[in-house]
Each structure stands twice: as structure tokens, then as C-alpha cells.
Design a protein around this ligand. Structure first.
Ligand code: ADP
Ligand code: ZN
Length: 699
């Protein structure tokens, strides 16, 4: 039997486990329960997929989202692992066929929704030999979580009914309350809790405070225009905002669409699908978007508005860069959003929890220390170094003695009876003479105009700092009036000094670059795009998302490593045996063709020189440390460029004719595998290559 490590390479093409994956797998294999907390993109799936391969029978994977199931099953099949999903969208016959296959031990993993598992428990447990239960998105069981699904709470009975089958619950939501709830509700048996670091180093973090709406959208457009081939998501607070943002992008020639709960299911899934298939560059979405997608090459995520809580924010930015490549995240934050969110949060029956969560979100957005540290602290981690990849680390904040500024603001609050909100206070400080101020008599108070030298916008930001510092407090239930806290009183009465953060000027994103010259496509991009095209052909052919063929990270490594043999290709992360067999030749061909037409002109001459000295191909390959196939491809190129007169030494007329006939049938693909297969593997690859060169020259 293969070890977990061997399976990792064979099926998934990865060299090493990520932190904790191996321990989790071992735990499951010892038939114990586990609760796995890992960030989005952290690699949770492998933790139950590998045990499923090793244990006899079928693993039942419970997942709340039907769209995600199909993609996961596609991805597994793409790696040569037999799996299926089972849900009510299928006909009775289909369902029967799947259960039948499980019964015969032909399905290693069965994906199922909680509703379906509950309604069909009897038949499923009768027909399948269950190897393990994996409960994905397990936080859905908790009413504390942000994504509560009542059906999840009913699954606890399974644990009692199947005491000897291991249970693994997985989630990207880590707060303690949810964690405890999951264990309790699912009745996990002495589970070992695995918490991997929530740090996603490849995501850059940036918060932009108080950008005005018009500038905001222009900035975003400029940002996207500089990232031509990169997919991204813009999260908006409301449906209306989604559509507005979409329209602005559309008007600027950006291939975008919107996505929100007001659309019908078909329209929504079409957007998802087009996005996954790289048909759509940008989606403007409410938070409803994303849970059901598993697209590894999302390069950036923008929050158009402040999110409700850190869990949601972290999960949303986590949708960027699942492939591990550098990805950008930007959060826009302004006072109006905060006010609106406060209103929402204060309404429900969980008002207290929600308001507290929003406060933490606000503190994050307002922070003037390393943002990643704050995020990780939230998830109970304490990194000891600043990250270097957030806006604060890149542009450290400075402080000044803000006592006088603060006193002015607090005095304005005090003299208006602590019943006014932020914008009124700003107007008083600035000395506005608008009607409301006159009629309330606020133009008579001592603080009126006391802060006229500070722009209104800066006052807003100072007041927000004061909220964050606990000097002021917002009374949600009194029209957002700002109240002075005890600590604020100490400052007001001169008992305490206070530091404020110097407001950094807000730099529009890369404005300076807006008029830059059209970029010359680098060799890297040229080959990458070429490989993307090949990937696309296979994806369309198999009707799966492109990343199911290979992720961007895998293509990236191919471009950098330029493998020239099957062995070298297999050593690329993400290339397993199944994929090597299916796609290896096509990708190798493109890479070799590229290498030969680009940076290796002189390498041909080297080969040519050796050929002229009558050195055999085996020897040339050995001496030059190249694959024989590479040497053959040099010869084919030398022939095409007229430096080698004839290939008759390597391929005869019969073989050329066979290849010619095969091409007629399988098409002129430049991919040799179909030809090889069509000829029932009777003509070796190097001869096919030679024959193709001859045919090309003959036209
Ligand atoms: P999650 O479910 O935690 O959000 P996934 O299981 O979808 O994350 O994994 C995210 C990505 O990381 C996938 O593309 C997956 O193939 C990849 N991945 C998982 N484990 C490894 C590993 N050990 N080495 C390299 N890539 C991995
Ligand atoms: Zn930082």
C-alpha cells in the first residue's frame, strides 16, 4: 500500500504536505475524530481525500453547496480519483446508479448536501460501506457563525449511530465560540483540534480610508486596467452598489458582471461559471458570491464597502491567491458605511455580538500598526514580527500630541449635550453656518469654528480615531450621537494627554502610471499565455474549469522551470501521474517549441555541430544533459530552418504517410499524443515529430 506521501505525489502532484496535513491524515487513519481549522485556501480537502483513498469503502463528504460539489468532483476525477456527488438535482436512475457504484466499492468519495444525507440516511448507509464522514464548512452548524444552516445541527445523530467511523469537521472560521459549538452539535468524540496558522503571506493587505465615491470607482478602474489578464472580485454592501460598480466598469471596457441574491439561480450560476472559466475578468458581488466557488487564480479582492466582521472579511480576501501566488487585497472604508453597518448590526436579535464584531472590524480598518498582526491576533495567533506586506508596514504611521485637537472635538460634543452625530460635530468645528446649526443655536457656542483650519474630511478621520481610541463612543440607539467616555473626560479636563496618528495623504492607486506606454510582452508572459491557451482547450473539451486541468501556480512553475522531459514535468508541483499521462505531451511540446524559438537559438548550433561530428543522438543527449526528445526537436527545427538537409535517417516514407493520415483524422494539433494514440502507439514520438517537420516543409 502506498503511503500518504506517495499518494500526494501520485494523485495530486505535490511534493510535500502543508503544515498539519499529515498529522490530520494520520489521526483520521487511526479512526479518531478531528476538528480542522484552516484558512480558506489552506488545503483542507486533502485532509480527508487522502484518508478516503487509503481506507476501504466510500467517504461521505457533507458540503452545503451543490455548485462546489460538482467542481470538487471534477477536480478529483481530473486527478484520477473516482468520486461522485449525490443530490436532488439528479434523476432517480442517476441516484441509483451512483449508490450502486458505491455498493461495489467503485467510489472513493461521495459528496452530498446535509438535507440529502438526512433524508436518505437509510438507503445510503445500507448500500455504502462508509470509510469516514467529512463535514465541510462545519461552522454552518453554529448559530454563532455567520452562515448558520439549521440542517447541520441535525447531523449529530450520525455520530451516535456510527460510533466507529471517524468524523472530520473542517472550517475556515476559527473563533472559540463556533469551535465549541461544532464539537458539541456534531457530538464529536474527543476530537483533536488542529489549528493551522491563518496567515496567508501571499495576500497583501491595504485599507484606504475615506476615498470619495467618485474617486473610488475611478481608482478601481485604473487598478483593473493595469491588471489585464487578472481575475478579481469586488465586494459591495448592496445589490444597487454591485450594479452601479458593474456599470462603471462596463463603460470602461472591462469585462465584468454583477452577482447578488436578487438574481435568479440560472443567472447566478452562469456568472459563477464564466468567472471560473476565465470568461469574466471581474465580478461585482455581494457577499453571497464566493462560497460556492473554488477558483484558484483570483489575483485581487477589493472591498468596496466595510465588511460586517473580520471573519467574513478574512474569508472573502482569502478567495484571492488560493494558488499561493502573490495577490492583492484592498479595503475601502468610510464613515457612511460604518454608520449604515452599525444600524444593521444593532437591529437583529444578536445585536450585541454583531456590534462587537463590527467594532473589531472598524479597529482593524483604523489601525496604525501591522494589519496582519491584528488579523492573526483575532484568530488567536501572535506573530512576533511585522509582516512587511500591508500598507502600514510599507508606510509606517507617525504620531503627534493630539491633546488640543481632541479637546476641541470633545468640547463641541459636550456643549451640544452629547446628542449630535459625527457630521454635525464636524460642521460645528469648521464653523458652518448652515440652517440647522443656526436654528439649534450652535453658532453661539464657544467651539463653533474652533477647528476651521482642519479640513472637514480630516476632522472625520480624527473623530474616527477618537472612536477607536475609546475617547468617544457611538450611541447606536440615539441616532449615532457621540458620547464622551470617562477616558475622554480625563483628556477634556486636562488630566491626560493623548497621541493621534498623523493623517497620511491618500494616494490614488498608481495614478502616475495611468498613461504609461503599452507594455512589451515578456517571454514569461508569452509562454504563460500560450500554456493558458492549451489549458483552455483541454478544459473546454472536458467541460471543466481551467484550474481543474492545472492551476496558475503549476503553469507558473512550468514557465520558470521549462521542463523538457516527462520526468521533469512530473516534478512540477500540481502534476500527478494522471495529469502527466493526459496532458504531459501537449504541455511539453509548447514549452519545448517556445524554448527553441526563443532563448536557445545557440543550443541548436551546438547540436548541429555535434551531428556533423557524427555523434549519436543518445550521446548528444548524454553529453549535453538533455532529453533525447529535446535533441530530436532540435534536429526537426534545424531541418525546418534549412540547416539539416534530410530527415530520412530518422523517419521513413511509410511512417511519414501514416502520420499524414493520422493528422487528417485527429486534426493538425501540434499535440502529438492524439497522433500517437491514433497510430496505436506503433510510431514513437520522436518519429512523429520528424514526420511532422517533413510534412510541414512539404506544405
Ligand atoms: P480549502 O478547502 O482549505 O479552502 P483547498 O483544499 O481547496 O483549500 O486547497 C487550496 C489549494 O491548495 C488547492 O489548489 C490545493 O490543490 C492546494 N494544496 C493543498 N495541499 C497542498 C500541498 N500539500 N501542496 C501544494 N498545494 C496544495
Ligand atoms: Zn504588516
Amino acid at each position: 500500500m502506498l503511503s500518504p506521501n506517495q499518494l500526494l505525489k501520485k494523485y495530486f502532484g505535490y511534493e510535500t504536505f502543508r503544515p498539519q496535513q499529515e498529522e490530520i491524515i494520520e489521526k483520521i487513519l487511526s479512526a479518531a475524530d478531528a476538528l480542522v481549522l484552516m484558512p480558506t485556501g489552506g488545503g483542507k480537502s486533502l485532509c480527508f481525500q487522502i484518508p478516503a483513498l487509503l481506507l476501504p469503502g466510500t467517504a461521505i463528504v457533507v458540503s452545503p453547496l451543490i455548485s462546489l460539489m460538482k467542481d470538487q468532483v471534477d477536480a478529483l476525477r481530473g486527478n484520477g480519483i473516482s468520486s461522485a456527488f449525490y443530490n436532488s438535482s439528479q434523476s432517480f436512475e442517476e441516484q441509483q446508479a451512483i449508490l450502486n457504484a458505491c455498493h461495489h466499492g467503485e467510489i472513493k468519495l461521495l459528496y452530498i448536501s446535509p438535507e440529502k444525507l438526512l433524508s436518505d440516511t437509510e438507503i445510503i448507509t445500507k448500500t455504502c460501506k462508509i470509510s469516514l464522514f467529512a463535514i465541510d464548512e462545519a461552522h454552518c452548524v453554529s448559530a454563532w457563525g455567520h452562515d448558520f444552516r439549521p440542517e447541520y445541527t441535525q447531523m449529530g445523530f450520525l455520530r451516535e449511530r456510527y460510533p466507529n467511523i471517524p468524523f472530520i469537521a473542517l472550517t475556515a472560521t476559527a473563533d472559540k465560540l463556533t469551535r465549541r459549538d461544532i464539537i458539541k452539535q456534531l457530538k464529536l468524540k474527543k476530537p483533536q483540534v488542529f489549528i493551522t496558522s491563518f496567515d496567508r503571506k501571499n495576500l497583501s493587505l491595504e485599507v484606504k480610508i475615506g476615498v470619495k465615491p467618485k474617486e473610488k470607482i475611478n481608482e478601481i478602474i485604473a487598478f483593473i486596467q493595469q491588471r489585464k489578464n487578472q481575475s478579481g472580485i469586488i465586494y459591495c454592501l448592496s445589490r444597487k452598489k454591485c450594479e452601479e460598480a458593474y456599470e462603471a466598469l462596463q463603460n470602461n471596457g472591462i469585462n465584468a458582471m454583477f452577482y447578488h441574491a436578487g438574481m435568479d439561480a440560472a443567472a447566478r450560476s452562469s456568472v459563477q461559471e464564466r468567472f471560473i472559466n476565465d470568461d469574466l475578468q471581474v465580478v461585482c458581488a455581494t457577499i453571497a458570491f464566493g462560497m460556492g466557488i473554488d477558483k484558484s487564480n483570483v489575483r485581487w479582492v477589493i472591498h468596496y464597502n466595510l465588511p460586517k466582521n473580520i471573519e467574513g472579511y478574512y474569508q472573502e480576501i482569502g478567495r484571492a491567491g488560493r494558488d499561493g501566488l502573490p495577490s492583492e487585497t484592498i479595503l475601502y472604508y468610510n464613515y457612511a458605511d460604518l454608520q449604515l453597518l452599525n444600524k444593521f448590526a444593532g437591529e437583529g436579535n444578536m445585536a450585541e455580538v454583531n456590534l462587537e464584531k463590527l467594532k473589531r472590524m472598524q479597529q482593524y480598518a483604523e489601525a496604525d500598526s501591522c494589519r496582519r498582526k491584528i488579523l492573526l491576533n483575532y484568530f488567536s495567533e501572535s506573530p512576533d514580527q511585522n509582516c512587511g506586506n500591508c500598507d502600514v508596514c510599507r508606510d509606517p504611521r507617525q504620531h503627534f500630541d493630539g491633546t488640543v485637537t481632541v479637546q476641541k472635538a470633545l468640547s463641541a460634543a459636550a456643549r451640544t449635550g452629547e446628542k449630535e452625530g459625527l457630521s454635525m460635530l464636524v460642521d460645528i468645528l469648521r464653523g458652518s453656518k448652515r440652517q440647522e446649526i443656526i436654528s439649534a443655536g450652535y453658532d453661539k457656542i464657544k467651539t463653533h469654528g474652533a477647528g476651521a483650519e482642519i479640513p472637514a474630511f480630516d476632522w472625520q478621520r480624527y473623530l474616527m480615531q477618537m472612536l477607536n481610541l475609546g475617547i468617544l463612543e457611538m450611541a447606536y440607539d440615539e441616532n449615532f450621537a457621540l458620547k464622551i467616555t470617562p477616558s475622554g473626560k480625563d483628556i477634556l479636563f486636562g488630566k491626560k494627554k493623548i497621541e493621534l496618528t498623523v493623517l497620511n495623504s491618500i494616494k490614488p492607486i498608481e495614478k502616475a502610471q495611468r498613461n504609461r506606454q503599452p507594455k512589451i510582452v515578456s517571454d514569461y508572459e508569452a509562454l504563460f499565455n500560450h500554456l493558458r491557451k492549451v489549458r483552455r482547450i483541454f478544459a473546454e473539451d472536458e467541460n471543466v474549469p481551467a484550474y481543474v486541468i492545472f492551476s496558475d501556480a503549476t503553469l507558473d512553475e512550468m514557465v520558470r522551470e521549462k521542463p523538457s522531459t516527462a520526468e521533469e514535468l512530473l516534478s512540477i508541483s500540481g502534476v500527478g501521474e494522471h495529469k502527466l499521462f493526459k496532458y504531459g505531451d501537449a504541455f511539453l511540446n509548447v514549452i519545448q517549441g517556445f524554448s527553441s524559438s526563443h532563448d536557445t537559438k545557440s543550443t541548436y548550433q551546438e547540436t548541429l555541430k555535434m551531428l556533423r561530428q557524427n555523434i549519436s543522438i543518445e550521446e548528444i543527449a548524454a553529453i549535453r544533459n538533455l532529453a533525447e526528445t529535446t535533441v530530436y526537436s532540435h534536429i526537426a527545427q534545424l531541418y525546418l530552418s534549412g540547416q539539416v538537409d534530410s530527415l530520412s535517417k530518422y523517419v521513413n516514407e511509410d511512417e511519414i504517410n501514416s502520420v499524414k493520415e493520422a493528422v487528417k483524422i485527429v486534426g493538425d494539433t501540434k499535440i502529438m499524443k492524439p497522433i500517437f494514440e491514433h497510430l496505436k502507439e506503433t510510431v514513437p514520438y520522436h518519429k512523429i515529430r520528424m514526420a511532422l517537420a517533413v510534412l510541414e516543409k512539404r506544405g
